[in-house]
Design a protein around this ligand. Structure first.
Ligand SMILES: [Zn+2]
Length: 468
């Protein structure tokens, strides 16, 4: 939110949230969304053969389009001597090179399709798991598709669009320095009560829980780390929910077992998760039996560097090819996560024939404790405007301080550090001290990924929830 927002009274801030909500509703919902959701609710019951035929045909169409209209992919295919006709379906995708985040970073302008107007694209960014910014476009038309996929997940639990819910968000919806309740805002067009992560603190939790409980939304959505903080602080303060949500839908981060346990203990809700990412090249959503089913209409998730585990499950890197965004296609995109697929013979008790991921191994990270007692797992927003930062890792060795390890362009280092320090003060805590360590490279995990957050705090200072 812009700075002038902070100066507004609460009712006017709610109007601003309404205005944002209206824009979001226009982008995400409407006739295209309704049609797509209806179609998705039917196709999720297709047979395995029909699903395979559908994906093969979607892959062929996408590759033909990319060869014809996207310079980056045409050159890539020419460089390995592959013609569109060589790709007959999903099984032929390995003939094509993998597209990395570095490819997107360096070639974004050549990844746009030449037959789609710029005004039909929306610029987005994410930090992904390396902690640094990645800019890309998404087809405007792909947004209702994405939201229909996300809402299909909720309809599996009987939750349909148009119902009020709590949204635990990383966005600032209440000014950081607010001392007077309410510590939440409302978006009427989106039917959302907005709880920003900055407000989930020991000092504000009683007020938040009292208000949200009185409103009694039937479901919650949001980052698992924020919902977990909320539930953890509520339990520590001895607060109980009179009107707990019946459902909690999480996404955008890998949900940790410890988080699941604590959220269930406080809410007693049905907790279900979906695996998605801002780039929108694929998705998988829990069914009623909490298996992640590939949302096969939206994209295909390949398992690369497969390793067979005991019991027949298969672990490998998740490589995504998205069907929804023609304006900026992502073909064989390396999202940087590792997944575990159920064996071919697995038949989910829900009866759906789409492929099942048992779990996502990627994106498991540690957390930092702020002087206010908040537990933070995500810092990607600090780096979104620091183009000189190539990689970043946040390390906490003692309470009250973080050390940010940066791989950074030396000429830009000073400026970027000032930017980051300012954002920490504004977004996280004015009391948290920040040190920097400029390093030539960050240590990699065995799976090749960087751990974005590392806690070296002694166990007794980590604020683990006890007895929840
Ligand atoms: Zn299932």
């Amino acid at each position: 939110m812009p700075r002038w927002y902070d100066a507004l009274p609460v009712f006017a801030q709610n109007w601003v949230c309404d205005a944002y909500g209206l824009k979001m509703r226009r982008e995400r919902f409407g006739a295209a969304f309704d049609e797509r959701l209806a179609a998705l609710r039917e196709s999720e019951r297709w047979s395995a053969d029909r699903i395979a035929a559908h994906q093969d045909s979607a892959v062929r169409e996408l590759i033909e389009h990319a060869y014809e209209h996207v310079p980056f992919y045409r050159e890539r295919m020419q460089s390995v001597g592959v013609r569109p006709g060589d790709i007959r379906g999903v099984a032929d995708l390995p003939l094509l090179p993998i597209t990395t985040k570095a490819d997107v970073r360096l070639n974004a302008s050549r990844m746009r399709a030449d037959n789609i107007h710029r005004r039909d694209l929306i610029s987005m960014h994410t930090s992904g798991t390396t902690g640094t910014a990645l800019h890309f476009d998404v087809d405007r038309k792909a947004l209702p598709f994405r939201w229909a996929v996300w809402w299909r997940h909720r309809t599996r639990f009987g939750v349909t669009p148009g119902r009020w819910h709590a949204n635990f968000t990383g966005h600032i919806v209440v000014p950081e320095g607010a001392t007077q309740p309410p510590f939440w805002r409302r978006s009427r067009p989106m039917q959302q009560y907005l709880v920003g992560m900055q407000q989930v603190t020991p000092g504000k939790i009683a007020s938040l829980v009292r208000d949200l409980d009185a409103l009694g939304p039937t479901f919650w959505v949001g980052y698992p780390s924020i919902i977990h903080s909320y539930c953890g602080l509520a339990a520590e303060a001895g607060l109980t929910l009179e009107h707990p949500p019946a459902f909690v839908f999480t996404g955008a981060e890998n949900i940790l077992e410890m988080q699941r346990r604590d959220i269930l203990a406080v809410t007693g809700a049905t907790l279900s998760d979906q695996y998605g990412f801002t780039e929108g090249a694929g998705n998988a959503s829990h069914c009623e039996h909490l298996a992640y089913h590939e949302d096969f209409e939206y994209g295909v998730l390949e398992c690369v560097d497969a390793e067979i585990l005991e019991g027949g499950d298969v672990q490998g890197r998740i490589i995504a090819t998205g069907f929804a965004s023609r304006g900026f296609p992502l073909i064989r995109y390396d999202i940087g996560d590792v997944g575990v697929w159920a064996s071919q013979s697995f038949a989910c008790p829900c009866g759906r024939a789409s492929r099942v991921l048992r779990r996502i191994e990627g994106r498991v990270d540690d957390y930092v404790i702020t002087p206010e007692g908040r537990r933070l797992m995500r810092f990607d927003y600090l780096f979104k405007d620091t183009l000189g930062v190539r990689e970043a890792q946040v390390v906490q060795e003692r309470l009250g301080e973080i050390v940010i390890h940066l791989v950074v362009d030396p000429q830009l280092a000073k400026r970027e550090m000032e930017t980051i320090r300012g954002l920490v003060r504004e977004w996280i805590s004015p009391k948290l001290s920040v040190r920097f360590a400029i390093v030539p490279e960050l240590p990699r995990r065995p799976n090749g990924k960087i751990q974005a957050v590392v806690s070296l705090l002694p166990k007794d200072q980590r604020g683990e929830l006890v007895g929840v």
